[in-house]
Design a protein around this ligand. Sequence first.
Ligand code: ATP
Ligand code: MG
Length: 237
Amino acid sequence: MTPMLELKNINASYDFLQVLWGVSLNVDKGELVALIGPNGAGKSTTLRTIIGLISPKSGEVLFNGKIINNMPVYQISRMGISYVSEKLNLFTAMSVQENLILGAFAIRDKEKQLATLAYIFELFPRLEERKNQLAGTMSGGERKMLAIARGMMSMPQLMLVDEPSLGLQPNLTRNVFDALLQLRDRGVTILLVEQNVNATLNFTDRAYILEQGKTVMSGPSKEIKANKHVRNAYMGI
Ligand SMILES: Nc1ncnc2c1ncn2[C@@H]1O[C@H](COP(=O)(O)OP(=O)(O)OP(=O)(O)O)[C@@H](O)[C@H]1O
Ligand SMILES: [Mg+2]
């Protein structure tokens, strides 16, 4: 079976600083896969390379078997990949509902947009309750939810989510992780970058460990969680 997403030997740099060194990974349809690693390892750079914000120096990114690393961001988004950056990039002076509608830019049909909105509100009832509230006045956890929900508005096949738990207290983190699990259960494939290693390995299917721009380990999350190096380096055990 062709993986939904495949990175083959990606080398990527910012100007003269090489950050990714031969990164290879794949995500199958329906999987929830974690990408874990220390600060500066290149996790966000990996996601930016997939969505087309960075062109790799060499290597290939394939989506459903098609090479996409030569395409602009909007085209990659239209193909069915959405990217929820750690910066969220919400329009703070616009309402929750307006932010969501903006996420559906790839869907031109108004009726389809509204149907998607209804689906999103069913998944995130809290957002429906607050649909007229300005995004900038939502709490930290609500804003994360909104960013993830907006990423869903284009009905992507694959979501790239960067550190959704950043700055959240544990119970809100759980809510965000639950939302991701729900999306996975509804058939959305997810590549998730997380610092919250212990919790992440509990609910993801597989994981990759990225260190200094190289994938040093991968496997089922349960096995990765039992690994001695991972326990020492990431869980302080
Ligand atoms: N726009 C940029 N210009 C130059 N260097 C950059 C840029 N963005 C990131 N880097 C560098 O690339 C390396 C990898 O950064 P990246 O953001 O991918 O790491 P990360 O694994 O996501 O880290 P974190 O856990 O802190 O988010 C770092 O050394 C960083 O300083
Ligand atoms: Mg990052």
